[in-house]
Design a binder for this molecule. Structure first.
Ligand SMILES: Cc1cc2nc3c(=O)[nH]c(=O)nc-3n(C[C@H](O)[C@H](O)[C@H](O)COP(=O)(O)OP(=O)(O)OC[C@H]3O[C@@H](n4cnc5c(N)ncnc54)[C@H](O)[C@@H]3O)c2cc1C
Length: 282
């Protein structure tokens, strides 16, 4: 299929891109890696008058690291961040990147595109929620702002981004404990049927500040606080992890669809949470 006709612009400054976006409003769309947008255009689910390509804006390709976090420019490719020497300093980041689609798709997919697209089954949004990450946005009218990941993802393909804003960077905090990501998909490289990110610290032999974030089960990545509460103050053990998984079975009402029923997703989520916590404790 072919996309509808559109004008194309590839500005070489962020301000230039923001000005175009402000001028054209809802009639313009940003293209990053194009791995999600091009199918939407080809299926004519999007019919923009103008496509604004960010690939010549050098500032959006920077990666910086300090003692607390890694900040990735939004045009950094998933495959490039996966290979970046600092990526391994953020627990969970390289494993999450490696689960996105196939290597060919990761070679085009951008960090900002993955986050802006906000697919409910995507790995990076779930990791950001688990790590208390954040997203930086800029508009020509209001300048820069930062939105916490917990407030950014509002629904399927729906975020707190305003139409005149461009995502400029994504911040992945460095967790001091252990982080694991796991998922089950129909085939390797497919979006997850269910995925989980678990993270926790251990203080004085007990679990502290646990995070259990599920993806592929609702419109956004979700924290299951009942399961987290089962871990707080407990000794990390197979019994503790089984108790957390049981809370998933008691409290989770996932979406059901043609690929997986509600019951299947609920059980799979519980199994993945337990498996992920056990893996973290190895
Ligand atoms: C076969 C296949 C399997 C896939 N499997 C997975 C998977 O397992 N996990 C996963 O997470 N993804 C998966 N994807 C999605 C893929 O990773 C997408 O490329 C990604 O979600 C979007 O990134 P992109 O850079 O290609 O963005 P684009 O397709 O260019 O853009 C996507 C959306 O984000 C907006 N956007 C992009 N960048 C910005 C920005 N800086 N500021 C504002 N808006 C912006 C665009 O306007 C568009 O609406 C898969 C894709 C395919 C084709």
């Amino acid at each position: 299929m072919k996309p509808p006709a559109f004008d194309y612009a590839d500005p070489d400054t962020l301000d230039g891109a923001l000005a175009l976006l402000a001028d054209h409003g809802d009639d313009a769309v940003i293209i990053a890696g194009g791995q999600s947008l091009i199918p939407l255009l080809n299926l004519r689910l999007a019919r923009p008058e103008l496509v604004i390509d960010l690939r010549h804006i050098d500032d959006l390709f920077e990666v910086s690291v300090d003692e607390s976090c890694l900040r990735s420019g939004t045009m950094v490719r998933a495959a490039d961040l996966e290979e970046h020497p600092s990526a391994t300093t953020i627990p969970g980041l390289v494993p999450a990147l490696s689960l996105i689609a196939h290597s060919q798709i990761r070679a085009r997919t951008t960090i900002g595109g993955s986050v802006a697209h906000a697919d409910p089954a995507a790995e990076l949004p779930a990791l950001l929620v688990a790590l208390d990450g954040s997203v930086a946005l800029k508009s020509s009218a209001r300048g820069e702002r930062t939105v916490e990941a917990a407030d950014f993802f509002l629904g399927p393909l729906w975020t707190a981004r305003e139409p005149d804003e461009i995502l400029t960077s994504v911040t992945f905090p460095r967790h001091k404990g252990v982080v694991a990501i796991d998922e089950v998909a129909m085939r390797p490289g497919d979006f997850a049927l269910v995925g989980v990110v678990t993270a926790y610290n251990v203080y004085a032999g007990m679990v502290a500040d646990p995070r259990i974030v599920l993806f592929g089960v609702a419109g956004t990545p979700i924290r299951v606080t009942e399961a987290e509460a089962a871990l707080v103050g407990a000794v990390p053990s197979t019994a503790t992890f089984a108790a957390a998984a049981e809370k998933i079975r008691e409290h989770l009402t996932p979406l059901g669809d043609a690929h997986a029923s509600v019951e299947y997703r609920r059980n799979l989520a519980a199994v993945l949470v337990e498996r992920s916590l056990v893996k973290n404790n190895d």
